[in-house]
Design a protein around this ligand. Sequence first.
Ligand SMILES: [Zn+2]
Ligand SMILES: [Zn+2]
Length: 328
Amino acid sequence: MPELLTADRIEEIGSLGVNSPDPAPLIAELVGAVDEGRVADPADTGYALLVAADILEQAGDLADALTLATRAIAEQPDEDAYARSVRGGLLLRLGRSDEGMAELTALRPLLETNPNATYLVDELADAGHAELAMGWLTEALDAILARTRNQQHESEDAQDEAAAMIYGLAQRRHNLREEMGLPHDEYDNLADRLRAASDHALDALDDGPATLLFWPQTEFTALLLRWPTLADSYPATWDEHRAQIERALVDASRMGGADLGVAVGTVADLAAFADSEGSDPTDEETQDEYADSLTGSDLRAWPPGRNDACWCGSGTKYKKCCLPRSRG
Ligand SMILES: [Zn+2]
Ligand SMILES: [Zn+2]
């Protein structure tokens, strides 16, 4: 049997590739598996190629990174928005401005419909077009705000969605202007008010769990071995566990949640906690109380910076690890 390239291994290669003095074998492993049809889950083909492209990009080989990003688009044409955005950024950095702008401009409408699409703006800003990036954010905000003013009979879902978009765009714009050293304008004040309001809302509610219980990979396995009935309330794989937590946190933040984070559990700790409380460790309430009892280094703030280590402990950058998982 030929060896299959799993999502875990792709991710591991991604973290090994950061500042690796000799990334060639890592690239060869990723691209070789794609060439030979050995990607365990075909849906990860684009992911493997984009990780390889990212390693090349960090090593300064923009031309080869571009080739792989282009191939990622061809391999998975149905979910190509993120790959196209990466390709657009690479083209800009290679000085192929017209093509890069065309690629990113084609994706620009996503800024008004997809709360994750601010990755477009990151590509623009990273390629030295911060001014333009800010213009796109401003115009997306203008458009969504105009739409919500004109459609007062929208469904509650549509209103929630618009509120989430406005929140995300305003915060991204606020941070970008801060990086550019610009003073607060009207939308920055809106961003500050929205952030303050969501902090208050969360304080007042105090019922939604702002901190979610997360099991590192080895603990997740140990948990299900020790209490097999938990298989009913947890997903089958650790990847899905991470993805669920990421999605829950994204949802919480869209609903205005702030001070979000994960509490990192261990099986031995949960057993001891349940013992001391005289409660059942497999009970959901016990696990919530256990999560609330965790402090200090057992708590990790969410979200990390895009280029910071992921909250799940994989060692990979957040933007290459759990951030894209929430889009799946
Ligand atoms: Zn501010
Ligand atoms: Zn992660």
